[in-house]
Design a protein around this ligand. Structure first.
Ligand code: FNR
Length: 343
């Protein structure tokens, strides 16, 4: 148990150590078309959206981070308090450790106790069985479950998984579960081909989790002297590329965007590029660790106001309007889009 808890602590401290205030998610290469005559009042702007098909009051949430050791449980309790006070959804980190060591499950359950009416998502890897997903869902009375795909992260860990035959398992979970399932990456981007394959087995909600923020190849390699496949940290699709590519897929999927989100403008750009909501991990963790719970509450409160102001500037009254807004892409993103279309 100690080894697993140590790993959780290391992920947390390394994510913070290598947090970059300037992300490389390529959203800077997306230009929004604004209006000089919006004909709107700030009070007209409605930022409600959906997450896994359910109504949510704001179009962003605290994405999966941690849990399972005393240090990381403490982070979860603080995040849960922030989520309750700001009324935003929250995902906990992988509950796999609590399935392996059931004595840890009350620590995850406490996340729900601190936020009894909040929107909570549980989290497990794709190799977990349908029954494990049920146990994890019940552990925190989750409104939905996240299922993460993290092939490259496992491959760079000497102790990582080597078996990745997952599709039948995901199909079983999607087809039988009573809760919605959000299939997510961990910061490398999901390709259009993967999105199509997931749609074919019944998945309806996907978190693209693009490159440009927390990078697990970098984190795993910083945990040991002997580097494994370090160049893999450059492989992946940025958050902007992931969104541009996802738009090319003709399937009925609701997208979450995440990966290196740094501010309200990044959030709005993701929504304009087609996402229904945006997940944030590294940035919220950074603010919590550096400045504490109250500062994170204040930051999130401001994010809501800033999103409204940006939407007003764009002449968009609600998230549907944002989805219809045209964008100007950089030549790099345009070439990427063209090549993706031809694949
Ligand atoms: C994560 N992330 C993550 N994702 C997941 O599905 N299960 C997990 O247990 C974890 N653990 C975890 C720990 C830490 C310390 C961080 C910072 C992140 C990945 C996370 O949900 C997200 O997909 C990526 O971090 C990319 O988003 P950001 O961090 O760039 O906003």
């Amino acid at each position: 148990m100690k080894i697993h808890q140590h790993r959780k602590n290391e992920h947390l401290s390394l994510a913070e150590k290598f947090f970059k205030t300037q992300s490389s998610n390529q959203l800077d290469e997306v230009q929004l078309i604004y209006s000089n005559l919006p004909e709107l009042n700030l009070s007209d702007i409605d930022i409600r959206s959906t997450l896994v098909g359910k109504d949510i009051p704001v179009p962003f949430f605290i994405n999966a981070i941690t849990g399972g050791s005393s240090q990381t449980d403490d982070i979860n309790y603080k995040l849960s308090t922030v989520a309750a006070k700001t009324n935003i959804p929250m995902a906990c980190g992988s509950q796999s450790i609590a399935l392996k060591y059931p004595s840890l499950s009350p620590n995850f359950s406490k996340i729900r106790q601190l936020n009894p009416n909040g929107f909570l998502l549980g989290n497990l890897g794709a190799g977990h069985s349908y029954s494990n997903f049920n146990v994890a869902q019940q552990m925190i009375d989750a409104n939905a479950m996240e299922l993460h795909l993290n092939v490259s992260q496992e491959l760079v860990m000497p102790e990582g998984d080597t078996e990745f035959v997952w599709k039948d398992n995901i199909r079983e979970i999607v087809n039988n579960s009573s809760f919605p399932l959000l299939v997510k990456g961990v910061g490398q981007g999901l390709t259009p081909m993967t999105i199509k394959e997931l749609a074919d087995i019944g998945v309806k909600y996907i978190d693209l989790s693009g490159k440009g923020g927390t990078n697990f190849i970098e984190i795993e390699n910083r945990r040991r002297k002997q580097k494994e496949l370090a160049f893999l940290q450059d492989i992946g699709m940025t958050t902007a590329q992931s969104l541009v590519a996802a738009k090319l897929v003709d399937e009925d999927i609701s997208f979450t965007a995440s990966g290196g989100i740094r501010n309200s403008l990044d959030i709005v750009k993701c929504l304009v590029l087609g996402a229904d909501n945006v997940g944030i991990s590294g940035l919220f963790l950074h603010i919590l660790l550096r400045q504490g719970t109250e500062s994170l509450i204040e930051y999130i409160t401001n994010l809501k106001i800033e999103i409204k102001k940006i939407m007003l500037m764009l002449g968009c009254k609600n998230i549907d309007d944002l989805h219809k807004l045209p964008v100007i892409l950089s030549s790099e993103l345009l070439v990427f889009k063209k090549q993706m279309t031809e694949l």
